[in-house]
Write a protein that binds this ligand. Structure first.
Ligand code: PGA
Length: 238
């Protein structure tokens, strides 16, 4: 089943999240969607973004690398599971770039997520400079190495998000996405259960064609996911 994840980033008050959830519920109507939908709201709006009828589930955008303790400002995996999260984003390029999160800390976050029963949505992707220098494969390989301790029989989602396509207004081409998909599938071939998403400037106009041609199992969507109707269109539901 294809998977569509709405990454709200640092957007949406509780009131706005409530309106969004109501709009999305109205768009979906009575039926159960034949795709999997996930919303990743900010921590403060986790509750408001939920669907009481479970037509979509909830992801956190980040998780602490430690179990618990004196870590002011951090939110633990156990707290997220308790708040109803099913998934958690780990290693989003904004966390890597703006908050200097690299392999060792991300590996600890993955471990904390697993202890709490959360499924990681692990994000990878090369920068423009890495692509131009021919380092795409090496970058993705190194980023996948971070999963070495992650249990190979546990379900995993990996999102390929080329940094140069995020928020750029222009997605990567189906052929670029397709070749990275093949590389990632090969790197993850020892795992039993994984899904691969693409993220980076997916919108209602490019989603259909891209999904059909790139071979991915769905999308991680930022800006275009901030309207319920656009998110539903990207997921092919309206
Ligand atoms: P974008 O963001 O869809 O706004 O490019 C994607 C992401 O960062 O997950």
């Amino acid at each position: 089943m294809n998977l569509f994840v709405a990454n709200w980033k640092m957007h949406m008050t509780r009131g706005e999240a409530r309106v969004y959830a109501r709009d999305l519920a109205n768009l979906l109507g009575e039926g159960t969607p034949d795709v999997e939908l996930v919303i990743a709201p900010p921590f403060t709006a986790l509750e408001e973004a939920k669907d009481s009828r479970k037509r979509w589930s909830i992801a956190a955008q980040n998780v602490a690398s430690e179990f618990e303790g004196a870590y002011t400002g951090e939110v633990s995996a156990r707290m997220l599971a308790d708040a109803g999260c099913r998934y958690v984003l780990v290693g989003h390029s904004e966390r890597r770039r703006l908050f200097a999160e690299a392999g060792p800390v991300l590996a600890r976050k993955l471990a904390r997520a697993r202890e709490a029963g959360l499924t990681p949505i692990y994000c990878v992707g090369e920068t423009r400079e890495e692509r131009e220098e021919g380092l795409t494969e090496a970058t993705l390989t190194a980023q996948v190495e971070t999963l070495v301790q992650d249990p190979a029989d546990a379900p995993l989602v990996v999102a390929y998000e080329p940094v140069w396509a995020i928020g750029a207004g222009r997605a990567a081409t189906a052929s670029d996405v397709g070749s990275c998909r093949r590389l990632l599938a090969e790197l993850l071939s020892g795992r039993r259960d994984f899904r691969l998403l693409y993220g980076g400037s997916v919108n209602a106009e490019n989603a259909r064609e891209l999904l059909e041609s790139c071979g991915m199992d769905g999308f991680l969507i930022g800006g275009a996911s901030l309207k319920a109707s656009t998110f539903a269109r990207i997921a092919g539901l309206v």
